[in-house]
Ligand binder design. Structure first.
Ligand code: SAM
Length: 273
């Protein structure tokens, strides 16, 4: 059987007697028009390697395989592995399955130590943590095209004008160009979640700040946004307060929400002397 001959996703789920489980954050995309659009937005091409977290019934996996890419899919719910093994066969082995928790799997090793993109309709309960791991950990994806709850997507792409601007926006945008590329209503999923979703595409910057600056940035943004209503002289007290701000050329009377990426980078550098 080839990819084109596979049964519709609903039929595959029925045949394997599979129901969504809330504890695994399972909300499936069963419309291949939507998953193909996500694969297009991910700009994945023949010969690329893609790491997918949570293939579930394999709708997004099918769309990624149709591009000619090699897909390494990490799935925690072992019930889906027989169905996914059929998909792997239909794709002539271009789909490799890893059973496990994506929080614990070494993405680089899973990809076979070749450069890889990450594309995923993420399980909501671990989505933000996985993004932080890919942004700051040893596995450096070539790009990330990720479905989040809309509220989390907004926090990733927010700028100083937005209520959603905070730590996640600063860390994500210092390291990557990040933009929302697709909005999806809850009804696009089976079963529908309580909230809307959005796909964010993140492309790492060519010349990111070194790891010690990023570690300092994490400390500064944690303190500044931990008390976001306070002036920086007070929220950053433990890191040097007003003196630190002056060293960084930032007004000590300002609040975190008005400090842009360059401002936070200046504060992070100032903490290192
Ligand atoms: N990709 C499928 C789709 O779009 O229809 C399923 C997406 S569903 C939102 C999330 C998937 O991630 C489920 O298949 C779930 O079992 C899996 N999952 C949940 N937690 C996981 C984890 N920690 N590691 C790997 N997979 C996980």
């Amino acid at each position: 059987m080839s990819l084109a001959d596979l049964p519709p996703l609903r039929e595959a789920l029925e045949r394997h007697d599979l129901m969504a489980r809330k504890s695994f954050g399972q909300h499936f995309l069963l419309d291949l028009n939507i998953t193909r659009k996500i694969a297009r937005l991910a700009e994945v091409h023949e010969g690329d390697t893609v790491v997918e977290v949570g293939p579930g019934p394999g709708g997004l996996t099918r769309a990624l395989l149709e591009t000619g890419a090699r897909v390494v899919a990490i799935e925690k719910d072992s019930r889906f592995l027989p169905l996914l093994a059929e998909l792997s066969e239909a794709a002539d082995g271009r789909l490799e399955l890893v059973e496990g928790d994506a929080l614990k799997v070494d993405g680089a090793k899973a990809a076979g130590d070749v450069p890889a993109h990450v594309v995923s309709n993420l399980p909501y309960n671990v989505g933000t943590q996985l993004l932080i791991n890919w942004l700051t950990g040893p596995f450096k994806p070539l790009s990330m095209t990720l479905m989040f709850q809309k509220e989390v997507a907004d926090r990733i792409v927010a700028t100083t004008d937005d209520d959603a601007y905070g730590r996640l926006a600063v860390i994500s945008q210092v390291l990557c160009d990040a933009k929302t590329v697709m909005d999806l209503p809850a009804k696009a999923f089976t079963p529908p979640p309580k909230v809307a979703s959005a796909v964010v595409r993140l492309v790492p910057k060519a010349d990111p700040p070194p790891a010690d600056i990023i570690a300092a940035l994490e400390r500064v943004t944690a303190a500044a946004f931990g008390q976001r209503r306070k002036m920086l002289r007070s929220s950053l007290k433990a890191l040097g307060g007003g003196e630190l701000c002056e060293k960084a050329g930032i007004s000590p009377d300002a609040r975190a929400e008005v400090i842009d990426l360059a401002g936070f980078l200046a504060l992070a550098r100032a903490t290192l002397g």
